[in-house]
Write a protein that binds this ligand. Structure first.
Ligand code: NAI
Length: 261
């Protein structure tokens, strides 16, 4: 637990399920005040709010589509109206869909880019605007992926969006470091969440993925939430512009293990 997080206000986008849900719950355990954003899963978001409250925390659920500018503005306002501040912006919402690149329509490309890349940009911009206006030395955390450096055939829109998030994070970190605002990313490997549910329900596909992980284990959402809590905390006060890979070693070229190559 990080004492300095107590009472801080956080927004977590896409927090009805998966990594966002775990991060929102962890922030609640840190005694932060949490805005649980969801796009359409209102009941799931409400359950996250209830869980945070049962643990003694404060939370509200707010509907917003992160790919819509007016929605993102409204989301930031909701933190101010309900909790009076915004200290931590966790841009987590994301989508993916497997399509061979030569068959990908512009519509399919735009759908992923508008949520993952433009949604993250608007979340960063609006949060930074708010922090500057209110003189808050806050922090922004973006959910990237190991696919911001590992190419991913059939997911060119997704990999491009995450590669963009990496550079966005570095650029914004450089731009706002003098104002005391830190901007970082998390790069998860393969984590046990709804985005992977279908893939991991097949034991042989799951085993294939595990072969890509030197630690030979699919990650759990809580293992990403602990990274988010650390990055948000004062323990990471000298850290900005990084992508922190939490991937069981997936980015370490596992095919070279045991002296191969
Ligand atoms: P998930 O599918 O459970 O979570 C994504 C959430 O974003 C869902 O709740 C969804 O409703 C929400 N969302 C989608 N579009 C939205 C929009 N326009 N506005 C607001 N919310 C929206 O999957 P998961 O794994 O929790 O994904 C969370 C983030 O983690 C994503 O950015 C994903 O790319 C990233 N990630 C996940 C990895 C994994 O192995 N699970 C690995 C690397 C990155």
């Amino acid at each position: 637990m990080y004492k300095d997080l107590e009472g801080k206000v956080a927004i977590v986008t896409g927090a009805a399920t998966g990594l966002g849900k775990s991060i929102a719950i962890r922030f609640g355990q840190e005694k932060m005040k949490v805005v649980v954003n969801y796009r359409s899963k209102s009941e799931d978001a409400q359950k996250v709010v209830e869980e945070i409250k049962q643990n003694g925390g404060e939370a509200i659920a707010v509907q917003a589509d992160v790919s819509k500018e007016e929605d993102v503005k409204r989301l930031i306002e909701s933190a101010h109206t309900t909790f009076g501040s915004l200290d931590v912006m966790m841009n987590n919402a994301g989508v993916q869909k497997e399509i061979p690149s030569h068959e990908m329509s512009l519509e399919e490309w735009n759908k992923v880019i508008s949520v993952n890349l433009s949604g993250t940009f608007m979340g960063c911009r609006e949060a930074i605007n708010y922090m500057l206006e209110h003189n808050i030395k806050g922090t922004v955390i973006n959910m990237s992926s190991v696919h911001d450096i590992i190419p991913w055939p059939h997911f060119v829109h997704y990999a491009s969006s995450k590669g963009g998030i990496k550079m966005m994070t570095e650029t914004l970190a450089l731009e706002y470091a003098p104002r005391g605002i830190r901007v970082n990313s998390i790069g998860p490997g393969a984590i046990n969440t709804p985005i992977n549910a279908e893939k991991f329900s097949d034991p042989s596909t799951k085993a294939d993925v595990e072969k890509l992980i030197p630690m030979a284990k699919i990650g759990e959402p809580e293992e990403i939430a602990s990274v988010a809590a650390w990055l948000a905390s004062n323990e990471a006060r000298y850290v900005t512009g990084i992508t922190l890979y939490a991937d069981g070693g997936m980015t370490l070229y596992p095919s070279f293990q045991a002296g191969k190559g």
